[in-house]
Design a protein around this ligand. Structure first.
Ligand code: ZN
Length: 469
């Protein structure tokens, strides 16, 4: 079998790995490369082989850097089947249509600028109709069910505990020499001990492991007490008549915050103030969460017995339409507004920040990682003057950050995962490929594995191919 690493190789975006045995090609993930606009188009257009030659794509989870280039893959000729868990399939519908819409809007904006410079227009990476065609190719498979999908390939999904529907892909592959080989693709691994989602499971008898390494060198804050920290902030800000503005991604983070607030509400610990989730995509994704209790952990399933909607309570309103969102600008008095995007780069959150940052009664509460050069990072770094919609704003509100909500296992949790896989695989475990990480996180992680286990560890580059015999 040959494995070619194409995306998420020494980077954390554009996940795509190609397997080939006995003339059959199977892709793991088909994610969008998200980076500088100059690289975006070219990187996403190129694949290691013509898409029509690939028989099957298997998706680990529905984050856009794992599924977001699939409509383009289909547009370029892929005509096979795409396997994913049921929840991933439902999330893919919401996210790929949203992504296609964004591609089209973004291209309109770019083409306006190009026209001024007398440059020819560019095409969007894909259209809504390509996303619709791609969605027809999905086949939903439950966790733990073996499915044989191509000559020499059988697979099974194990929970990865990262986002709703996230899976580790366990594959039994018939090698060119006729021997069976177990390969596991971890997808993105969650932290464990989380609200809503189950802990990541441990695959067994693994021979080759393709493992994510996002936080291979970083320890995250513990997950305990996030609810209490959230309560303290919301209560303090409400008591002084302020608004708590929470920038949060639509998938996962928003539902986690809502779930925590729901529990605080049930416990009578939430101040009696209105709470708004202002994002149509977040509202749609929350609907998908409600439909997939099979992905929940035991405490959440038990909570559902006494509370049939853990993502809704009396003081919470989901806002879809633009007029209602704009009306929030005139809201006086304390409230909580959860809106996207999570790094404050686009979306409705910008309107709420524009209206709030100058008032010292308010608080902007970050619950996720803020990348460099984003408005979110500038606010967290304490900049006192920021640009929002091209205008200068003086920041006088409180800025807070609760970082334990991360969806990725940290360094210690990744170490623990490798220990567990090794314990269940023993000498069978021959090699680990580290993907989905920056080299500064991957190298120390690779070194740690080499010192603890007799296993070959490789940090593949984009385009590198390895032979497994
Ligand atoms: Zn992910």
């Amino acid at each position: 079998m040959k494995i070619t690493f194409w995306g998420a190789a020494q980077t954390t975006t554009g996940s795509f790995h190609l397997l080939e045995t006995r003339g059959t090609k199977v892709a793991l993930d088909c994610g969008l490369f998200q980076g500088r606009r100059s690289e975006f188009y070219e990187r996403n257009q190129s694949f290691p082989c013509p898409p029509k030659d690939v028989e099957t794509v298997i998706f680990s989870h529905a984050h856009i850097d794992h599924i977001g280039n699939f409509p383009n893959f289909v547009r370029q000729g892929f005509n096979g089947r795409a396997f994913a868990t049921h929840a991933t399939m439902d999330l893919a519908r919401a996210l790929l249509l949203d992504s296609a819409f964004i591609q089209q809007k973004d291209t309109e904006f770019v083409n306006k600028k190009r026209k001024k410079r007398d440059l020819p227009p560019v095409e969007p990476l894909y259209l809504v109709e390509d996303a619709e065609k791609a969605l027809e190719m999905f086949v939903g498979i439950g966790y733990y069910k073996w499915f044989c999908f191509a000559e020499g390939f059988c697979g099974k999904f194990l929970d990865a505990g990262h986002i709703l529907g996230s899976a580790q892909v366990e594959l039994d592959v018939k090698l060119d020499n006729g021997r069976d080989h177990r390969l596991v693709f971890s997808g993105d691994i969650g932290r464990g001990g989380r609200e809503i989602l189950r802990d990541p499971e441990t695959p067994s008898e693994v021979e080759t492991l393709i493992l994510e390494s996002t936080y291979g060198n970083r320890v995250s804050e513990p997950t305990a007490n996030l609810r209490e920290s959230l309560r303290v902030i919301v209560e303090r800000v409400a008591a002084r008549g302020g608004k708590t503005i929470i920038p949060a991604f639509s998938v996962g983070r928003t539902q986690e915050i809502v779930y925590q607030l729901n529990n605080l509400f049930n416990e009578g610990k939430l101040p009696r103030i209105p709470i708004y989730v202002d994002s149509p995509l977040s509202a749609n994704v929350t609907e998908i969460f409600r439909k997939h209790p099979e992905c929940f952990n035991l405490p959440t399933v038990e909570a559902l017995r006494s509370d049939d909607d853990v993502f809704g309570f009396a003081s919470l309103t989901y806002i879809r339409n633009v007029q209602e969102s704009m009306a929030l600008n005139n809201h006086n008095g304390p409230c909580v507004i959860i809106s996207s995007s999570g790094m404050c780069e686009a979306g409705r959150i910008l309107h709420h920040l524009r209206n709030s940052v100058h008032d010292k009664r308010n608080c902007v509460l970050f619950v996720g990682y803020q990348a460099e050069n984003t408005l979110g990072r500038r606010l967290i770094d304490g900049e006192k003057r920021v640009k929002i919609f091209g205008e200068d704003h003086i920041v006088q509100c409180e800025i807070q950050s609760l970082q334990g909500f991360s969806g990725h296992a940290d360094m210690n949790e990744l170490h623990d995962y490798v220990f567990r896989v090794h314990a269940r695989s023993g000498n069978l475990l021959q090699r680990i490929f580290l993907v989905h990480g920056e080299p500064e996180a991957q190298e120390p992680f690779a070194e740690w594995i080499r010192t603890h286990f007799d296993v070959k560890v490789v940090v593949p580059k984009r385009g590198e191919t390895f032979e497994i015999t």
